[in-house]
Design a protein around this ligand. Structure first.
Ligand code: ZN
Length: 238
């Protein structure tokens, strides 16, 4: 699959170069970071995600071979390499490879200036350390001003899904989400609380089924105004 020639006929110079190498070269050229939780969509050309899927499938098959699993004889794992490649690229880590969801912002015509809370929004991610699921909830508190852009409630969930659809570290994920919401809506204040189970602690390691990690990020007036902060924390049902 890896050797399938997907390059245009006139372009023979990079024939056989894995598509991941081409994407990495563009990232290096632009001096862009490509950590696990970075979005790299603007460096992927049309059609390349399909080739990347083929490439990941071949590498995943290599992992199964090294795990000494007879994928040719075992009817359960025969197509596992392809399934896992699809799951990573098109589903659980899709937030790395596609552009941000388009969000329509409206002017704050009603001059809303009261605390608004959205949540709980279910979030699904995976830890960058083990690629184990991280499943939890977030609550978002927004204090708008008259210049704030208003976005639909469901749009917060779509932005969260995009940020969480990457291998993440919970502390960094909430910061990325806060930066994104600040940039899109420009409120006076923003507060995010995330509570999640980390399956790398339940399935392996300490094998603790009940422990959860909770963290928060506060921006703008939420940093200065402890009454507002208390009001938000008191209102989220935990
Ligand atoms: Zn982990």
């Amino acid at each position: 699959m890896l050797m399938k020639n997907t390059t245009p006929l006139q372009d023979v110079t990079d024939e056989g170069t894995p598509v991941s190498v081409k994407i990495r070269e563009r990232l290096a050229q632009a001096r862009k970071r490509f950590h696990a939780n970075d979005n790299i969509a603007e460096f992927i050309e049309p059609g390349e995600l399909e080739s990347l899927l083929d490439e990941v499938e071949v590498k995943m098959q290599g992992v199964l071979d090294s795990l000494v699993i007879d994928t040719a004889g075992d009817h359960n794992t025969g197509n596992t390499a392809r399934r896992v490649a699809k799951m990573y690229l098109n589903e659980v880590f899709n937030g790395r490879y596609v552009k941000a969801p388009s969000i329509t912002e409206f002017p704050n015509a009603e001059h809303l200036n009261e605390l608004m809370i959205v949540g709980p929004i279910t979030v699904r991610s995976a830890c960058s350390h083990h690629f184990c699921p991280v499943i939890g909830k977030i609550w978002i508190g927004v204090l708008p001003n008259e210049h704030t852009n208003v976005i639909g409630l469901s749009k917060y969930a779509r932005l969260a899904e995009w940020v969480m659809g990457r291998p993440q570290i919970q502390e960094e994920a909430v910061v990325q989400l806060a930066d994104l919401i600040m940039e899109k809506t420009q409120p006076d204040g923003l507060a995010i609380v995330m509570e999640a189970s980390h399956y790398c602690m339940a399935w392996r390691g300490v094998k603790d089924m009940d422990s959860k990690m909770i963290n928060s990020v506060m921006r703008g007036v939420f940093l200065k105004d402890s009454t507002l902060r208390r009001e938000f924390l008191a209102l989220i049902p935990r």
